[in-house]
Write a protein that binds this ligand. Structure first.
Ligand code: PFF
Length: 493
């Protein structure tokens, strides 16, 4: 038997949890989501979701990890015979890591491109044609994948190589050490970018657009769904990462305070990123003489097309460019590692294999699958699978976990007592009310509305073939999870 993996210090654990939470989602998803959903008014549903669902579930996950001190499936199995849900969560996390890694690979390449601005004067053309070699969805029948993009494949190998080195180092010498380097650097970089961004000409236009509230949006249910989805993805709840990280805590560890610190650092970072991105968008809108809403965007286009344009137009843009892509890289790798760890821990538990073998199996298989996204159809596949897997499955598995814990097993009072015994400050009754009443209702509504929306209209007008692929993947995930659950456990040798 190997000795149990454990964090070296409390700071190490908090930084690792923050590293898991802060990811691509904070930089490219949050700013645009806030802008699109009512600007400053969006902060109301966002903070409501944080306080009533995000933080309470994070505390619940820290509790499960800390108390059971084992992998997610076996923790769920011991708590109430629902190990299958644990497998479901971590197989989703496994799948998310297969495409999340590819975006990190793009960021790695773009941090080199930024030095010489090698995307030229038309970054969008460069991105779609030269860089991604994107396939045309209308001529798919003849060439579905569209061939490998070799440069992406090489960068992907480097990303997996880095993840491999970190995870092979183990919890303390690998994950903790990496986050102790990445997180302070990430905050320093975002502050530098923010300073440059808000001092650009026209920044005020962007910031006004981001922060001027459109109160009417609060009445829209879709604004609330977006807020909850963002909080879930951002805190990485419902995917096993936080339970796994908390399972490496020593017995005497605080839970509540750690959860608050993780959540607040994550949301603080999102706000910093929002200001940086919208300051820069205001600048480019003014340079081009366009209204802000024509340049404002999120996701891949923001990072790899609009940002290069901003870098082209900005004095000393290449320095900020390198910093921007390096920030995506650091934020991404620390999240990627936390997506792989739950599966590694579960394989080790179930098959009684050494950590290093579990790392090899997990990373070997995720890396192999990820090369599908390094093809000309990579972006299409990524977009549609992300929708069905990350957005929908996440709210369903999160909901199921809360329902199992609070309605079926009625464990919330015991959990509250346990958490209060070990924590710096005590949880009041609000915590139980959030988990037993509020969160299940809102998440249930959220999941049903998202499902209905997706069935009624194809996401982003994608062709049926792609929509079916994404649903097949979602069902396959469940199937694979059940297979793992029913496989016979290897006994210790
Ligand atoms: N929180 C990360 C982001 O915002 O990009 C993504 C993430 C990390 C999701 C870890 C899930 C997870 F387990």
């Amino acid at each position: 038997m190997e000795s149990k993996q454990m964090w070296g210090t409390r700071t190490g654990f908090i930084l690792a949890a923050i590293g898991s939470a802060i990811g691509l989602g904070n930089i490219w998803r949050f700013p645009y989501m806030a802008y699109e959903n009512g600007g400053a008014a969006f902060l109301i549903p966002y903070f409501f979701a944080l306080i009533t669902a995000g933080i309470p579930i994070l505390i619940l996950e820290f509790y499960i990890g800390h108390r059971m001190r084992t992998s997610v499936p076996s923790a769920f199995e011991k708590l109430g015979k629902f190990g299958w849900l644990g497998w479901w969560q971590i197989v989703i996390s496994f799948v998310v890591s297969t495409y999340y890694s590819v975006i990190i690979a793009w960021a790695l390449l773009y941090s080199f491109f930024a030095v010489t601005k090698s995307w030229g004067s038309q970054p969008e053309d460069y991105l779609m044609n030269d860089f991604l070699g994107i396939t045309n969805t209308e001529t798919w029948s003849s060439n579905f994948l569209g061939g490998f993009q070799w440069h992406i494949l090489i960068a992907l190998a480097v990303v997996w190589g880095l993840a491999f080195i970190i995870l092979h180092g183990g919890v303390r010498k690998g994950i903790e050490r990496a986050n102790k380097i990445f997180m302070p650097m990430l905050f320093a970089i975002i502050l530098l970018i923010l300073f440059r961004s808000v001092t650009l000409e026209g920044a005020a236009v962007g910031l006004n657009a981001l922060f001027s509230p459109e109160w009417g949006q609060i009445l829209n249910s879709s604004t609330w769904i977006s807020a909850y989805t963002q909080i879930f993805f951002s805190l990485g709840i419902g995917l096993g990462a936080m339970i796994t990280y908390a399972s490496y805590l020593p017995k005497k560890s605080d839970i509540t305070n750690n959860a608050f610190m993780t959540a607040l650092a994550n949301c603080g970072f999102s706000l910093l990123a929002g200001i940086s991105v919208f300051g820069a968008l205001g600048f480019i809108a003014q340079q081009k003489g366009m209204p802000l809403d024509e340049v404002a965007t999120g996701g891949v286009i923001l990072a790899f097309s609009v940002f290069p344009e901003i870098i082209n137009a900005m004095p000393m843009g290449n320095i900020i460019g390198v910093l921007f892509f390096v920030s995506l890289l650091f934020a991404g790798i620390s999240s990627l590692v936390s997506m792989a760890e739950p599966f590694i821990s579960a394989l080790g538990d179930k098959f009684n294999i050494k950590r290093k073998h579990a790392v090899n199996w997990t990373l070997g298989s995720t890396a192999l699958i990820s090369i599908l996204f390094a093809t000309g159809s990579g972006l299409h596949l990524l977009d549609s699978i992300d929708r069905s897997v990350a957005v929908l499955s996440l709210s369903i598995t999160g909901l199921m976990m809360v329902v199992m814990m609070s309605w079926k097993l009625r464990l919330i009072p015991t959990a509250r007592h346990y958490v209060n015994e070990v924590s710096d400050f005590s949880l009041g009754r609000w915590w139980s009310v959030c988990l037993v009443v509020l969160t299940p209702l809102v998440l249930g509504y959220n999941a049903i509305m998202t499902l209905i929306g997706d069935i009624q209209h194809n996401y982003e007008g994608y062709p049926n073939s792609l929509i079916y692929t994404s649903w097949i993947v979602a069902i396959a995930i469940l199937f694979v999870a059940l297979c793992f659950h029913f496989m016979k456990r290897s006994e210790a040798k």
